[in-house]
Design a protein around this ligand. Structure first.
Ligand code: ADP
Length: 204
């Protein structure tokens, strides 16, 4: 029993619309739980800033607020997971963003003898999201954060293509929602409650 407990990986999907605070909260979660953080948005920005072939492929989609094609994104994600064979667990931030990505993630984790433990969605309404992203755009240098039309497109892509991922994991009993409005520490506290409860349940 204790052996099984020791080897249970904590694999979390941090979910929510653009600008809902996933990156900020992911940093705090990795500090507390010692997980490996994989943000597909950060990975794409790194590739773009180094002008790699992958970055060049992603650029046009990101500039328009569209999703990078699944084949490209899934391949990049697999490489990143396989670069950390000894991870205690992963926090996936900005992935999966489509049902096809969710299925690919499940297949990949199954190959490694593990699975997604929980998906946790940060709930923030549209008006607040647009406000936060514009504020971030003023200092981040992210061009996809500056133009309201592109921001609105990202929100509609989220609603049409990404939100079904919540239902996909809900059907497996793995989806949870937390209120994403409040101070960073308040929201973190809500996330910790869900993570600790699901970790206990996974080990029961
Ligand atoms: P945000 O959550 O604020 O929209 P991200 O940094 O997660 O920002 O993503 C920025 C952009 O990178 C997205 O709008 C999209 O174009 C691209 N991207 C990131 N993750 C994925 C993914 N899993 N699948 C497809 N495209 C992605």
């Amino acid at each position: 029993m204790y052996r099984i407990l020791e080897h249970t990986m904590i694999n979390l999907v941090l979910f929510g619309p653009p600008g809902s605070g996933k990156g900020t909260q992911a940093q705090k979660i990795i500090e507390k739980y010692g997980l490996v953080h994989i943000s597909t948005g950060d990975l794409f920005r790194y590739e773009m800033s180094h002008d790699t072939p992958l970055g060049q492929q992603a650029k046009a989609y990101i500039a328009k607020g569209e999703l990078v094609p699944d084949s490209v994104t899934i391949g990049m994600l697999r490489n990143k997971v396989e670069a950390h064979p000894d991870a205690k667990g992963f926090i996936f931030d900005g992935f999966p963003r489509t049902i096809a990505q969710a299925e690919a993630l499940d297949a990949l984790l199954l190959e490694k003898g593990t699975a997604v433990m929980a998906l946790i969605a940060l709930q923030v309404h549209d008006q607040e999201i647009v406000k936060r992203i514009k504020l971030r755009g003023a200092t981040s240098g992210r061009t996809d954060d500056s133009d309201e039309e592109i921001i609105r497109n990202r929100i509609s892509v989220y609603k049409n293509e990404t939100s079904p991922v919540f239902d996909y994991y809900a059907s497996k009993g793995k989806s949870h929602s937390v209120n994403g409005i409040g101070s960073i520490d308040e929201i973190f506290g809500r996330l910790v409650d869900v993570i600790d409860q699901t970790a206990v349940a996974a080990r029961a």
